[in-house]
Write a protein that binds this ligand. Structure first.
Ligand SMILES: Cc1ncc(COP(=O)(O)O)c(C=O)c1O
Length: 416
């Protein structure tokens, strides 16, 4: 018999095996200073393209003031206990009402974290007789939610409506046998590659198949649609989304999340969702902060306009220079280059040390072997000078990559 830890010690996992070379630099880097377009990395200023603070609210003076006042008034503990027991307040309810109105649903419910919240939402919405059909590229939190499901589940090819329809036919047969229903899950925006989910086409299938539609709009909320009310508005089908989810961790520059749906569904979730029933309520600091941020989303359209000015400048500039930015339809800006993981490591080091550009790097197994994905997140706190410097830097590193400079420098790097 083995010791439980033997496997863990011997096999560090697909990312963990690079830890010796990567930790503190490529993964778990320490970005310091106020959250903004320029931050400090290892004592040097870098243009920061790796923070999902889309609207630049993280360090907005009005937001900071509200956060500080709420912390002074309530501390970080209040309220204590789960919502159901002792953690319910007037302001939690007010925030839920305002969020519901903003996304045009009857009711909303707060979640402490997006990840566990959506996982638990999925768990609560389906019984073992129901069938889940979801995009194969769904975020880990959706996959984990589906893992809890005791019944059948089918994946459809990423954003492929034909594949979805095939799976809806299979799901319909199963659901007829088990006397269950069908839940279809997509993201509003796929956060790695930036494509919007094909929500409009998915919604159109409702006329042929009987299913309910859950959308995780983590990256669409605040960035797409009327005043940033999300991908459903952007595509004109918000009413066809039965359960709408967004996190506060991106455009809202905070922590927490919410779901919005018909009142009856939200009431059911309130009384049955385990992640909220058995966990402490969202802290008041975060609730008051979210009320302020939501107010900014609704009443400061110039912030979103500034975000999109930067997005357009960056994406157009990259395309004009011949970079492959895939098929993004959102602020998420991927740049695909060909190269190995060791080459990617040297390239990113060059970008950070010599060009002062800090962006995230994504490699296999998140994307196919042989590809390097540099992922840039433009925000409203960037400016056109940041964009221009970055475009020049990208042209330079591509040249070095193609000349084999990084390949030569990376020969000594190996996984352990
Ligand atoms: C698509 C998507 N859903 C959910 C989450 C999780 O949200 P949170 O950070 O609030 O847990 C994320 C990432 O943060 C995400 O990208």
């Amino acid at each position: 018999m083995k010791d439980l830890f033997d496997r863990i010690i011997q096999n560090k996992g697909p990312l963990g095996k690079w830890a010796d070379q990567a930790e503190g630099y490529f993964v778990f880097p320490k970005l310091e200073g106020p959250i903004s377009n320029r931050m400090q990395f290892k004592g040097k200023e870098v243009i920061t393209w790796s923070v999902n603070d889309y609207l630049g609210l993280a360090n907005h003076p009005e937001v900071r003031e509200v956060d500080a006042a709420a912390a002074a008034e309530y501390g970080s503990a209040y309220p204590m206990g789960a919502r159901m027991m002792s953690g319910h307040t007037e302001l939690h309810e007010q925030l839920e009402n305002e969020l519901a109105e903003f996304v045009n649903k009857e009711a909303a419910y707060l979640l402490n974290f997006g990840y566990q919240g959506i996982l638990s939402t999925i768990d609560t919405l389906v019984s073992k007789n129901d069938v889940i059909v979801y995009d194969v590229d769904a975020h880990a939190c959706i996959i984990d939610g589906v893992r809890l499901h005791m019944g059948k589940r089918f994946t459809y090819k990423h954003n492929d409506i034909e594949s979805l329809e095939k799976n809806l036919i299979r799901a319909t047969k199963v659901a007829a046998q088990t006397d269950g229903g069908i839940l279809v899950i997509s993201e509003g925006v796929f956060g790695m590659r930036g494509e919007q989910g094909r929500l409009k086409e998915i919604a159109a299938l409702k006329s042929k198949y009987n299913f309910r539609f859950l959308v995780d709009d983590a990256h669409g909320f605040g960035t797409l649609g009327k005043n940033g009310a999300g991908a459903g508005f952007e595509q004109g089908i918000q009413d066809d989304i039965d359960v709408y989810f967004a996190t506060f961790a991106k455009s809202m520059a905070s922590t927490g999340a919410f779901i919005a749906a018909d009142r009856e569904i939200i009431n059911f979730l309130k009384y049955n969702m385990r992640s909220q029933m058995f966990a402490k309520s969202l802290q008041m600091v975060l609730v008051k902060g979210a009320l302020k941020r939501l107010d900014m989303l609704r009443n400061r359209p110039e912030i979103k306009a500034k975000l999109w000015e930067n997005v357009n400048a960056l994406q157009t500039g990259l395309k004009d220079r011949g970079f492959d930015i895939g098929s993004t339809q959102s602020c998420v800006t991927p740049v695909y280059l060909k190269g190995s993981i060791p080459e990617a490591m040297v390239l990113v080091r060059d970008l950070r040390e010599n060009f002062g550009i800090f962006c995230s790097i994504v490699v296999y197994p998140v994307i196919p072997k042989g590809l390097i994905l540099l992922r840039l997140i433009p925000t409203a706190s960037h400016n056109l000078e940041d964009v221009a410097i970055t475009l020049d830097a990208f042209s330079s590193i591509r040249e070095r990559l193609e000349q084999g400079v990084y390949q030569r420098q990376s020969e000594t790097i190996q996984a352990v």
